[in-house]
Each structure stands twice: as structure tokens, then as C-alpha cells.
Design a protein around this ligand. Structure first.
Ligand SMILES: C[S@@+](CC[C@H](N)C(=O)[O-])C[C@H]1O[C@@H](n2cnc3c(N)ncnc32)[C@H](O)[C@@H]1O
Length: 276
């Protein structure tokens, strides 16, 4: 146990893998679903008044009458997808959390609404000119490495019809964390494990070109040590625009958030609307 633990205590190599899965883990995904569904929390889905504002804004800049087919990447349990459906879109949602997709499917059956949900990795989509709008909401873009971001932009471009829009948000450097270390003890189990566990938490900054940040949690139970590495990237408008330019979109607009707030250089997020 001691040796197993000490090897995790130094700064990991860039993009070192977690020892366990995060979004789709049997236990962790329960806590994540709870976080999505709790209207008081901003953790996995933003609060519902923001979600409603966001859907209204998207329906105003890409009205469902002209932009009918919408693909929501990383749709989670379908909180946006259901509202997009109500706003008049024909909605497809993709997520690689089985628990979230199962919940979303049950909800749409219960409400007798027709939303197409797929349990899959959105980096593997293979649509050709099928959608009018594609969304990726709550700053998931920045969690991807530059290689995966380029792959995603290419796949989204191919999946959009001419004139279609890709709408996503990113965190700005205001949200970057200082390097730190802390620990917490959960004697009754908690988010990371149902067993009593200790979490050793670290934030590391990397001086690679992409200025990568790692939030690492080492989860120690009586008989296991697991390490979860969550990578993140932060964007100025310059960085974002230079990154999307080669993807071939015809034009772009910048906002302060995915509900259409005016962009400010002191804000925590940027939303970009790319038009093919
Ligand atoms: C921060 S949550 C946001 C969920 C939703 N967009 C919202 O705002 O309510 C990120 C979601 O993306 C999903 N996700 C992350 N990476 C993914 C990938 N490569 N393919 C499919 N889903 C992914 C996660 O399972 C999770 O449900």
C-alpha cells in the first residue's frame, strides 16, 4: 500500500491516465447524476434558470423553424435536450455516461417525447451534413487535449449542414486554479467511493504550449488506491479564435456565456458560435 501510494505523490506526466474511469464509473456516475439533477447545484449542469435562458437564447439565434435538427454533445441526463425538444427542435443527444443516458431515455419515454439518445463517445461521431445546430455545453471542450479538440472540430464541421451552427462554451484564465494540495476524509463513503476513504487532492500546472491544468484526486480505501486525473484548458478569445480558424467555419461570434451575455475580458466563460 505504501509503495502504491508514494508513486502517486509526484507530479504526473502530462496526460497520465487515471487508474479508474470517471464519468462512467458505477459509483461515481451516481453522484454525478445527483449533481446534474439537483437544481441547487452548479456542479454538473448549471442552475435551471440559466439552462432555460440558454435554451431561449439558442432558439433565438438559431430558430428551430429554420434550424430543425439539433445534436447535443455531452447531453448528460437530457436536461437541455428536453428543453430543446420543447422549444421545437428535433433533438439527438450523445453522452458516454450510461447512467445519464439511461435516465434521459426513461424520462423521454415517461414524458412520451421523441428524443434520440446515444450512449457513445462524441469523439467517435460520424455524421455527414445531418444537423443544423450542434451544442457542447458547460465547458467540456476545454477538458479535451488539443489533439481531441481538433478531431472534434473536424467531426462537428462534417456533421453540420451548410449554414449550421456549432455553439460551445469554454472557461477563461479567470477560472485557472493555483497549484495546491489538500486532503479530506469521508468516514461514511462519499462521491468517490461508497466505502470510507481519504482523498488526496492536488492541482498541478504544466508549462506546455496549451497551459494544461490537472486536478488530481487520489482515493484511498482500506484496500485500494485509485488516481483520477482531470485535465483542463483555459481560453482567451485570441487562443480560441486561432484554434478554430483552421477548422474551416465561415464565421464566428463571441459572447460572455452560452445564454448570450455580452463578452467581457474579465468574465469566467466565453461562448463561441461558429457558422459553417
Ligand atoms: C459537465 S457535464 C455537462 C452536461 C450537459 N451538457 C449540461 O450542461 O447539463 C459533461 C457531460 O459530458 C459527458 N462527456 C464528457 N466527455 C464525453 C465524451 N468524450 N463523449 C460523450 N460524452 C462525454 C459526461 O458524461 C457528462 O455528462
Amino acid at each position: 500500500m505504501f509503495n502504491n501510494l508514494t508513486r502517486y505523490l509526484k507530479k504526473p506526466q502530462l496526460y497520465a491516465q487515471s487508474t479508474g474511469i470517471f464519468w462512467d464509473d458505477e459509483h461515481i456516475s451516481k453522484g454525478l447524476l445527483e449533481a446534474h439533477l439537483n437544481p441547487e447545484w452548479d456542479a454538473a449542469t448549471r442552475k435551471l434558470d440559466f439552462v432555460d435562458k440558454s435554451v431561449s437564447w439558442i432558439a433565438a439565434i438559431a430558430p428551430p423553424a429554420q434550424f430543425k435538427n439539433l445534436l447535443d454533445l455531452g447531453c448528460g441526463p437530457g436536461i437541455y435536450a428536453e428543453r430543446f425538444h420543447k422549444a421545437g427542435y428535433s433533438v439527438t443527444g450523445i453522452d458516454f455516461s450510461k447512467r445519464s443516458i439511461d435516465y434521459a431515455k426513461k424520462q423521454s419515454l415517461r414524458s412520451k417525447i421523441n428524443i434520440e439518445y446515444h450512449y457513445m463517445n462524441y469523439l467517435k461521431i460520424d455524421y455527414k451534413e445531418r444537423f443544423d445546430v450542434i451544442t457542447l455545453i458547460y465547458c467540456d471542450y476545454g477538458a479535451l487535449s488539443i489533439t481531441d479538440r481538433i478531431t472534434l472540430l473536424k467531426k462537428v464541421y462534417e456533421a453540420l449542414k451548410l449554414g449550421g451552427k456549432f455553439i460551445f462554451d469554454v472557461f477563461t484564465p479567470v477560472k485557472r486554479n493555483d497549484e495546491s494540495r489538500s486532503w479530506h476524509y469521508f468516514d461514511n463513503g462519499g462521491f468517490w467511493s461508497e466505502k470510507p476513504h481519504i482523498c488526496l487532492e492536488s492541482v498541478y500546472q504544466y508549462d506546455d504550449e496549451d497551459e494544461t491544468e490537472l486536478r488530481q484526486t487520489i482515493v484511498i480505501t482500506e484496500d485500494t488506491v485509485n488516481c483520477y486525473n482531470i485535465w483542463d484548458h483555459f481560453f482567451t478569445t485570441e487562443k480560441l479564435v486561432s484554434e478554430i480558424k483552421p477548422a474551416g467555419f465561415g464565421s464566428y461570434e463571441l459572447y460572455g456565456d452560452v445564454a448570450g451575455k455580452e463578452y467581457s475580458d474579465t468574465g469566467e466563460t466565453i461562448c463561441i458560435v461558429l457558422t459553417k
